[in-house]
Design a protein around this ligand. Structure first.
Ligand code: PLP
Ligand code: COI
Length: 339
């Protein structure tokens, strides 16, 4: 293995040694298989190719100061994957299979878990796809569940430095009663054009508004949005937002340090009242936001005085990383230590 430049890893695909797979046929999940191939073969009429029967997850493993590998909130990703499966009529994954697949994929690729202190982690990508053929719009009868992993750096190249975001009104990510609340590929396809345009214009990501009224903040690209006002952590509630496990964890940590937490619709104008704002997610961790520009009105909202990340965002980030890297005790039962 060539020396990996851990400090400068991008967030992207990285070939590792093994992945794991299980096939669902005749109403049953098969034995988990270990593979060293990066390829899968499938029927040309597989439902994932035609009708979007596809869901994925994203979670991370961290190398602690003590050298141990810690996986963060795997049970939550399992629950959410099955929620996605139900949402688009795919076979659900039993906990035993999900757990074994994640643990095995991490264990077999342990040398790719970045060392402590490099600001990198091992990204774990469970994937569930409809592989059975259909030409009518119907769910498949066969599925493939797989898990691959790879070392990654921060999702936004800025890392824990403030990013710029753009409010878009000419694109929506997901409809209120659609699939925004589950982690299926179609939501990401819908975000590609506005995200590409935002990158070209120098923004890290887009802020999507609710697609019913265009009045409230929905998602911060591939992450949830939060704002800090005084002693309150505020994050949008909406039927088209993906319930972020990172956001849920930050809410718990905010309460632990005596903050109030509000989960409610957040009107765009409220952006003027926040002292700190950020995007949060597994890939993004916390990405502090320094500027939000409304693409239509060109109105700007600015944070991070003198380019500095706000104190509460910094505190929450430090608390979360400390649990993930084993520097602080896991009082929440969030961590699975690799044996
Ligand atoms: N929102 C979207 C659209 C996402 O893709 C993600 C990433 O998974 C999140 C939010 C953050 O969720 P989590 O913190 O569980 O990774
Ligand atoms: C994550 O945070 O895990 C994501 O899935 C974001 C993106 C890579 C889709």
């Amino acid at each position: 293995m060539n020396q990996i430049d851990w400090k400068n890893l991008p967030f992207g695909y990285f070939k590792t040694d093994y992945n794991v797979r299980s096939y669902y046929r005749n109403g049953l999940w098969g034995e988990m298989e270990i593979s060293s191939s990066e390829q899968i073969t499938m029927h040309m009429a597989a439902t994932c190719l035609h009708y979007g029967q596809e869901a994925f997850e994203g979670l991370k493993a961290f190398r602690g100061k003590d050298g141990k590998v810690r996986i963060f909130r795997m049970d939550e990703n399992w629950k959410r994957m099955n929620n996605s499966a139900r949402g688009i009529m795919m076979a659900e994954i039993p906990w035993e299979l999900f757990h074994e697949a994640v643990i095995t994929a991490v264990k077999l690729n342990q040398k790719y878990v970045p060392p402590y202190g490099e600001g990198a982690s091992l990204y774990i990508r469970p994937l569930l796809i409809g592989t059975g053929p259909q030409v009518g719009v119907k769910p498949a009868t066969e599925y493939l569940f797989m898990v691959f992993v790879g070392p990654v750096g921060p999702y936004f190249k800025e890392g824990f430095s403030p990013v710029k975001m753009e409010i878009v009104r000419d694109y929506h990510r997901a409809a209120p009663k659609g699939t925004g609340h589950i982690k299926v590929g179609g939501n990401y396809a819908a975000s590609l054009v506005p995200a590409h345009r935002a990158h070209q214009d120098g923004y890290a990501s887009v802020l999507f508004l609710d697609s019913a009224e265009g009045k409230y903040i929905d998602e911060a690209g591939p992450a949830n949005f939060f704002g800090i006002k005084g002693n309150t952590y505020i994050t949008p509630s909406s039927t088209s937002i993906l319930p972020s496990i990172t956001n849920k964890s930050l809410q718990a940590l905010a309460k632990e340090i005596g903050m109030d937490v509000e989960v409610r619709p957040v009107p765009v104008e409220e952006l003027a009242e926040f002292e700190e704002v950020g995007a949060c997610g597994t890939a993004a961790v916390i990405s502090p936001i320094c500027s939000i520009i409304d693409r239509d009105t060109t109105h700007g909202y600015h944070y991070c005085k003198e380019g500095k990340v706000g104190t509460i965002s910094s505190k929450l980030y430090t608390m979360l990383r400390a649990i993930q890297e084993g520097e602080e005790p896991d009082n929440w039962g969030w961590i699975t230590i690799l044996e």
